[in-house]
Write a protein that binds this ligand. Sequence first.
Ligand code: GLC
Length: 674
Amino acid sequence: MIFKFQFGKPFPTEAVVAKDQIQDAPGQPVPFVDVKEGESITYQMQPDDLVYGLGQNVRGINKRGWIYSSNCSDNPNHQEDTRSLYAAHNFLMIDGAKKFAMFLDYPGIVTFDIGYTRSDELKITLSDWNLDLYIWEGESMTELVKAFRHMIGRSYIAPKWAFGYGQSRWGYQTAEDVRRVVQKHKENDLPLDSVYMDIDYMERYKDFTINEERFPNFEAFNEEMKAQQIHLVPIIDAGVKKEEGYPVYEEGVEKGYFCKKEDGSNFVAAVWPGHSMFTDFLNPEARKWFGDHYAFLLDKGVEGFWNDMNEPSIFYTEDRIRDVIDEISKLKGKNLDLTELWKMLGLVNGMANNVEDYKTFFHETEVGRLSHEKVHNLFGYNMTRAAGEAFERLCPEKRILMFSRSSYIGMHRYGGIWQGDNKSWWSHLLMNIKMCPSLNMCGILYTGADLGGFGSNATEDLLLRWLQFGVFTPLMRNHSAIGTREQEIYQFQDIGAFRNILKFRYRLLPYLYSEYMKAVLKEELYFSPLAFMYPEDAFASQVEDQLFVGESLMVAPVYEQNARGRYVYLPEEMRMFRLKRDGSLESEVLDAGHHYVKAELEEMVFFLRKGHALVLAEAANRVADVDFGHLQALTFGDEAVEYEYYHDDGYTKDYENPKNWSRLEISGDGEISC
Ligand code: GLC
C-alpha cells in the first residue's frame, strides 16, 4: 500500500494515474521520515543505506553523497558538480535495514541533500509546501519500483524503426546534406534508420515551417527518404518566434495561448529565433492548439519528432538585459576590483535561464493563475504531452517517435528523453551508463545520450567505445553540435570496426525490443543495476559501471581511453561473449568473482546468465529488414531454457494481443522451438 499525504494545496500535475494501490492518510504520522511542515523532510541514514532514484542527474546510481536539485535547467556545460539537469524526477528509494520509496509530486524546486551537508542525513527541502507526498515500503528495490511505475502509468512505446541507428548533427543545413549522410552510410554499408533534422530545416527557426530554399518540396523529399526506409525526424522548439505575419504567432496571440506577464501583456524572451513566445502548456486549450500544429509535418509523412528547449530555455529577457546593462554601466570608467569584476561577469552569465524571470510570467491553469516559478518543472512535460495527445487524436493507430529534452514524472507516458547536451568526454560516457537505470526507475525507458558527445570534439576511440554501449540503449543516436568535429562514423579511419558494432545492434534487436516491451508492459526495468538483480550480494551494490539489459544480458562497457580491457565483477558464473572485429563471437565461461577481461578497441564483450538465452537475428541495415521471425539463440549450459519472446508489427498499438507473445524453448545448443 502506498500512503499519500497532502500538504497545502498541491498543483494537480497528473503525474499519478493509477490510484488503486494508494491510500490517503490525512492526519496520520508520515512513516519512516521526519516531516517538519514548512521546513524539511529528513531521514537519518545508516552507514550502509543506499539511495536510488532521481532519474536524470549526475553522479552515481547510488545518489548518496551529493546535493541535487529538481529545477529543469538547460545546462550544456554540466559536470560532476551540477545539481540540476534538464529534468525533475522526484522519486527516490532507500535501501537498507528499512526499504522504502518516496515520490514528491511537486512542480517547484526541490532540493535533495543526500549526505552532502551531514554525511548521515538525507534532507529534502522545497520552495513552498504545496505537495503530495507518496511513501511506501517494500521487500526489495524491484518491488518498490514496480509499485511506483504502476501508479504513474505505462511508459511510452516507440515505433520499432526508432530502435535502429540514427544520425544527427546540428549543422545539416539542406536536403543535400541529409542525402549525403544517407548516401555515405549506404556506400560504407553502415546500418541507418533515421536522420535528424535540427533547427536549420525551419524558416528562421519558426516552429511548424520548412525553409523552402534549403528543403524544397519537403513532402517529396520525405518520400524519397522513405523509399530508402529512412525516417526524417525534425526538431520542435518550445519558443515560438515573435513575428508579425507568422500564423502560429498571430493565432497564439489572438487566442491568448501564450504565457503572459502580470500586467496582461505577452511574455517575450529570446531563444534561437530571437524574441519568442511561450505557449501556456498548462492550459488544456493551448496545449491542444500547439499539439494540432504537429499535423503540419505529420501530413507531410513525418513519423517522429524531438522536442527541445523546453525547460524552457531562456537566453535573455529584455527586462533582464536592461537591468544588467544599467548595472554594468555604473562600472564604466571605474578601476574594477576583483569583487566588482566578478559581479559584472556574474551579471552577464546569469542572464540566461534566470530564476527571477520565472517569477515574471504566468500560466492559466485549471486551478487558476499561477506564476511560472511555481510550476516550472511541468513545462517540458506538458509540451511533450501536447504532442502525445495530438498524436492520439491525429493518428491514433500509429506510433509516432517522440522524445523530449526536459521532463517531469508523467511525461514518460507521452515520450522518451535524450540525455541533453553532453560533451565528447569519457566521463560523460560513464555518466550515460549510470543514468540509464535511474531513468528507468522513473518510468523513462526510451532513452539514450548523444553518442560521441554533443559539445567538444570527439575522437575515433571515444565514439567507438560509446557506440559499444549505445548498442544497448533504446535510442541509439549519434548527435553533435555545430562547430565541433564532424563525428559521423564515415568521418573516421576504421569504418569496419564501427560497421561491425552497428550490425550487431541490428542482430540484437529481437532481444532488445522484446526486453524493452516486457519492461514497459510489466512495469519493470530494462536497465537494472547489479544490486537489484543480486540483492543478497553485498559487492553487487558497489558496481555501478556494469548493467543488466533485460533478463539475460550483463554489459560491462569500456569507458576509459587507451584501455584494452577492464575489470568485471560477476555475481555468478556467466558465459562471456566477445564480438570480434570480423563479426564472429568467441565465448568462454567465467566463474563468479573478479576478472580482468580483455577488450581491444574494436571488440565488445557481454555476459550471459545461466538458464537464460539471448535471441539474435541476422544482421540488416534497416530495422524493416530484420527478420524477427527467424532467430538464433545464445545459451549457457546444457539444459534447455525458455525465453519469453515479445514480437509485434512495431507500428500499430495492439500491444495486448496474445499473438505478440511466445515461449521459445531453446535447447542447450541453441536450437529454438516454440
Ligand atoms: C539544443 C539541443 C541540441 C540541438 C541544439 C540546436 O542545444 O539540446 O540537441 O542540437 O539545441 O537545436
